[in-house]
Unconditional design. Structure first.
Length: 456
């Protein structure tokens, strides 16, 4: 239907035999094309377009349109009123559906409208409204697509689909959703609950929830007590840790020890003095406590219980197992004027400890240490003196050293304060310094203040 090259003539209607009004613009345009009509009359009084056809005058109401082409395009694009069509044209909007959406979306900027449409906020708004009708557990609502788009953009969402996926999972901010997904969370409800309880990882949160654990602090207490010990009896582990912290040679009355033990147990109970369901308790009275002190192998190694005097005496440190931080000891020479690490330092330390009465000594070294020392030929001598363990490549020996201290409560020979580990591990922060023995290696031998009370 070609209507773009027509000539429009202004005219007044006088006398004519027959005037026929055409109802549909498509039919009117087809007649023009079929009969190769070139002129169209503009009848101002009747506000009509008209064409002469034989002895008839065919007319159609102008309905506010400037020309037939506008009229035809408007009808094809479902515009009901010319005023809407021309306003849409000025905004570069093609269809009535898009025009109505724009009117209802609360924005007059055509460029912004295009952006919203390209990111599916126009169509998506109806999906969002329908979703809210079925899911009334949110206070979030928007009057129009523009409000929805503005909210989404302020919360870092790029598209409606991106926003809607997050919203259905309970998130209203893309950054929060992204962080949650990185940590393994799908639902905002679980993520927020986990954060409130101090959990940052979904797997740990889920494990804790299944165990009825209420907070990350409680989870860490359980983890540090058990430390890969499946047969751990928790109150016994608490008592052993307490005994390890008491100074060597000290005598503690049974009542004092029991009081100290009760104070330590409070860290694991709630405000009602109840232990969590996972916490195993065996030392429920004086008899069970005394039996543990006199028969448990680990307790006997730490000290002796005198039933007559009703006290527990802590044995000298040399009855304990000891682990040596090889790299730290190798680097700690005083007065040699050499900054290189030496295996001889470790050999000197092992011999010193043996002289002090220690029998169970383990040395743990980084894989790289043997490449740094200038006396690598002494490795065989060191291996003959004691148990020498090399950590896997690219893994710090500190990890294994600290793990042994936590699991076996052995002494640790090192001048390293392990500050970075304390910041990440609450058990280490609270306890490692009770097990760590500091030292100096001079030309005259080893100086270790904690062992000065011992003979030998």
């Amino acid at each position: 239907m070609k209507t773009v090259n027509l000539q429009y003539l202004e005219a007044n209607l006088q006398n004519i035999a027959t005037k026929i009004e055409i109802l549909h613009i498509a039919d009117f345009c087809q007649l023009i094309e079929k009969h190769h009509i070139k002129e169209v009359f503009l009848l101002e009084r009747e506000d009509s377009f008209a064409i002469a056809y034989h002895n008839f005058l065919l007319t159609i109401s102008r309905s506010g349109y400037k020309n037939l082409e506008d009229y035809r395009i408007a009808v094809l694009n479902n515009f009901e009123q010319a005023i809407d069509y021309y306003e849409a044209q000025s905004l570069n909007i093609k269809t009535n559906e898009s025009y109505q959406l724009m009117k209802n979306c609360g924005v007059q900027d055509p460029e912004l409208f295009k952006i919203m449409e390209s990111k599916n906020f126009m169509e998506g708004y109806n999906r969002f409204v329908d979703y809210l009708k079925e899911n009334k557990n949110t206070t979030l609502s928007f009057k129009n697509p523009h409000e929805l788009y503005t909210f989404a953009k302020e919360n870092h969402f790029e598209t409606f689909d991106q926003f809607f996926e997050s919203f259905q999972n309970g998130f209203t901010n893309l950054l929060d959703h992204s962080i949650a997904k990185e940590r393994g969370f799908s639902l905002a409800s679980e993520y927020n609950e986990a954060l409130e309880k101090g959990f940052k990882d979904y797997e740990i949160y889920k494990e804790a929830k299944d165990l009825g654990i209420e907070s990350i602090n409680e989870y860490e207490k359980k983890y540090h007590l058990e430390n890969d010990d499946e047969n751990c009896i928790h109150d016994q582990k608490v008592l052993l840790l307490l005994l390890n912290k008491i100074d060597q040679g000290k005598k503690v009355s049974f009542n004092k020890l029991k009081s100290l033990f009760e104070e330590e147990l409070k860290h694991y109970s709630n405000s009602n003095h109840e232990f969590p369901s996972w916490f195993k308790v065996t030392l429920k009275d004086d008899d069970s406590l005394i039996e543990f002190l006199t028969k448990n192998e680990k307790a006997i190694k730490i000290g002796d219980y005198d039933s007559d005097g009703e006290f527990f005496e802590i044995k000298p440190l040399n009855d304990r197992n000891v682990v040596i931080d090889a790299s730290n000891v190798a680097h700690n020479s005083q007065g040699s004027g050499d900054s290189k690490p030496h295996l001889q330092n470790i050999i000197t330390m092992v011999k010193f400890l043996k002289k002090k009465g220690f029998t169970e000594i383990v040395v743990i070294a980084d894989a790289s240490l043997r490449h740094k020392v200038d006396d690598n030929e002494k490795l065989e001598e060191l291996e003959n003196e004691t148990t020498y363990i090399v950590a896997p490549a690219e893994t710090s020996a500190d990890t294994f050293l600290l793990s042994m201290v936590k699991s076996k409560h052995c002494l640790l020979i090192s001048n390293d304060t392990f500050r970075e580990y304390k910041m990440k591990d609450t058990w280490l922060a609270a306890n490692i310094d009770y097990f760590r023995l500091t030292f100096m290696i001079t030309q005259d031998g080893v100086i270790m203040p904690e062992l000065e009370k011992q003979k030998g």
